[in-house]
Design a protein around this ligand. Structure first.
Ligand code: SF4
Length: 615
């Protein structure tokens, strides 16, 4: 082998990459004749918000989540002094409006949501006799916006284009992030203030909507008298709406609703397939024609729909903030992006930001569980975003954003690993960019890796209801068989028959109540219930106690066995990271000391300057 002696080696020159790139860009510009000023086309958009003086005559329109969420958001905003009105759930007519006035080649949720707004305004004009001018003056549409890599980043312009073409040029579509501050043209303060009261009102509405939905989907498939759960939900909605509108204590209102659900008679000894609905956020959340009323269809087919809550999406956003902060803190410079660190000032600023994100995660989880327990939603576990990110990273990078990001992959894996559902149904809207890559590409690798997974990807295009339903039915057949087999297995493993379990529940009704939740062991509720009550049927009190003590000892032993490894691992990691942490702390301290010193110098230097000014 040819070995180069150390002395004859030469060090490479330090290259200023930025300068080289700039020079290259300049040369290319000259070569292509692009040195002149670039003129950007800008559309003179309508006023993006409304002013304080307009507030009393403006009605904010809201829509886009489930019906319960939209309804509660309306009440919550009314409670803090806004005129607010929810729009109907988007239906096929909305899709037609969207297709008529929207751009070509959009994804399905764009057509539905944009079309729903146009449809509402057309109804005001054509049925209620309002002129477009009146509508533009009296209504605004409030929505969330984003600058993601998918079409969600273009919703805002899509709304404006469709509204202009439908004859409502100048109608205001207000994004949360465009509000606040001073309105440029008039110098007047914005009518929509994103302050603590606004955020708390919104959070209350979202949590109340989530919990009511979760309890409804958990109870309805097992109700003995058809319609009992829906009647309880209707009454609870009214109570919660009034509480939000009058700003009454929301926990007391949730508590007041609890007996309504307690009164629903259920039979959880029937084997029902649990279907976890995942996929694109809007398509899996809506309850209308946007996903062909998927949740109700599943229930009609004898399944239990396991829906994703909006709170899980909030937790994903919190996870994103943490991940992006960690990735950014080692960059050469700070950027001013959404999660950029440009505004993070002072030493330990990054650490404080991370602590804030951690606290936000805990706060959302804490608030959710408090609300859930007040209404009687017991044993509901919000997804662990860090675990989802970890299990999915090798298949779908955590850095790919748009749509649900890696969550769709992570949720499927979690469903299989933790027996969360018998079947996973992924709803992909027609024309959705992120969802198409996930369901078509990555998820097939996951199903290969975890054989036996029942995974059903379905596309929603608005006009393929029959195909959609028949595809779901096909997979559901397998899921039903899996649920029945699982119940039989649970009975066998615990040495009981389902008749014995039913007889036990008649004698001990507390286990059969609608709000009772058996601990999670299997995918189905019936199998979980068998596992919970079987020891009461087959064992004496002393044997159960012995079993419990043995279980406790086993788990303590496991923890003790794992602990040294965990401690060693943590110490190892800390030692490895120590030089880097020390260097960063040193750098932070130096910056801090320098900043203080320069302040002092400025103070000392100040008097002569003042003197000079006075002279
Ligand atoms: S995730 Fe897909 S369906 Fe949703 S807005 Fe983006 S492109 Fe459209």
């Amino acid at each position: 082998m040819n070995v180069v002696p150390i002395k004859s080696k030469r060090t490479l020159d330090v290259v200023d990459v930025d300068a080289e790139l700039k020079a290259f860009e300049q040369a290319e510009r000259e070569r292509l004749g692009l040195q002149g000023e670039t003129e950007h086309w800008i559309e003179e958009m309508a006023g993006l918000t409304f002013t304080k003086s307009e507030k009393s005559k403006i009605t904010m329109l809201v829509s886009g989540l489930t019906m319960a969420h939209d309804y509660f958001i309306e009440a919550a905003f009314r409670g803090i002094g806004y005129h607010c009105q929810m729009m109907d759930c988007p239906d096929v007519a909305a899709l037609q409006y969207g297709k008529e006035f929207g751009n070509r080649g959009q994804c399905n949720p764009t057509y539905f949501t944009v079309g729903n707004l146009v449809k509402f305004l057309c109804t005001l004009r054509d049925k209620h006799g309002m002129t477009p001018k009146e509508i533009i003056e009296k209504y605004v549409f409030l929505t969330a916006g984003a600058c993601g890599p998918c079409r969600f980043g273009m919703y805002n312009t899509e709304y404006r284009k469709a509204l202009r073409d439908a004859g409502f040029d100048g109608f205001r579509v207000v994004l949360f992030q465009q509000t606040g501050g001073i309105k440029q043209a008039t110098g007047e303060a914005s009518g929509l203030e994103i302050n603590a009261a606004f955020c708390w009102a919104l959070l209350k509405a979202l949590l109340a909507g989530d919990i009511l939905n979760a309890i409804g989907y958990r109870t309805r498939p097992y109700e003995v008298n058809a319609g009992d759960t829906d009647r309880a939900i209707a009454k609870a909605k009214k109570i919660l709406y009034d509480a939000l509108q009058t700003q009454r204590n929301i926990l007391a209102a949730l508590w007041e609703c609890k007996p309504l659900f307690e009164a629903v008679v259920v039979d959880r000894t029937v084997a029902r397939p649990k279907v976890s609905i995942i996929g694109e956020f809007w398509a899996m959340t809506t309850e209308g024609d946007g996903n062909y009323q998927l949740q109700r269809f599943l229930e009609g087919e004898g399944a239990e729909a396991d829906i994703q809550l909006v709170t899980a999406w909030v937790l994903y956003l919190v996870w994103e903030a943490r991940r992006d902060t960690l990735e950014r803190m080692n960059l050469r410079g700070a950027d001013g992006g959404k999660y950029g660190l440009e505004k993070v000032k002072g030493p330990f600023g990054v650490a404080l930001k991370l602590a804030g994100v951690y606290a936000a995660d805990k706060l959302v989880r804490g608030a959710f569980q408090t609300f859930a327990h007040a209404l009687g939603l017991y044993g509901y576990h919000l997804p662990d975003m860090f675990e989802i990110a970890e299990v999915s990273d090798q298949y779908y990078s955590n850095d790919l954003r748009g749509g649900e990001g890696h969550m769709e992959v992570g949720k499927l894996i979690m469903n299989v690993l933790h027996s969360k559902a018998h079947m996973t149904l992924s709803v992909k809207p027609f024309g959705c960019m992120p969802s198409a890559s996930v369901s078509d590409g990555v998820q097939s690798a996951i199903t290969e890796k975890f054989p036996g997974t029942i995974f059903c990807p379905v596309e929603t295009s608005g006009d393929g209801r029959v195909n959609f339903y028949s595809r779901v039915q096909m997979y559901l057949f397998k899921a039903k068989q899996a649920a029945v087999a699982e119940l039989d297995r649970a009975c066998m493993e615990h040495g009981v028959t389902i008749e014995q379990v039913r007889a036990y529940l008649v004698a001990n009704p507390r286990f059969g109540r609608s709000l009772h939740k058996a601990p999670h062991r299997y995918a189905g509720n019936a199998a979980d219930l068998v596992a919970e009550v079987a020891p009461y049927i087959t064992m004496s009190r002393a044997e159960r106690l012995r079993g419990k003590l043995e279980g406790l000892a086993r788990s303590t032993r496991d923890t003790a066995r794992k602990s040294p490894h965990m401690v060693v691992k943590l110490v190892k990691e800390a030692v490895e990271a120590a030089p880097e942490v020390a260097a960063r702390v040193k750098e932070d301290v130096t910056t801090f000391v320098e900043a203080k010193r320069s302040k002092k110098t400025a103070k000392v230097a100040a008097p002569p300057a003042m003197d000079a000014a006075a002279e």
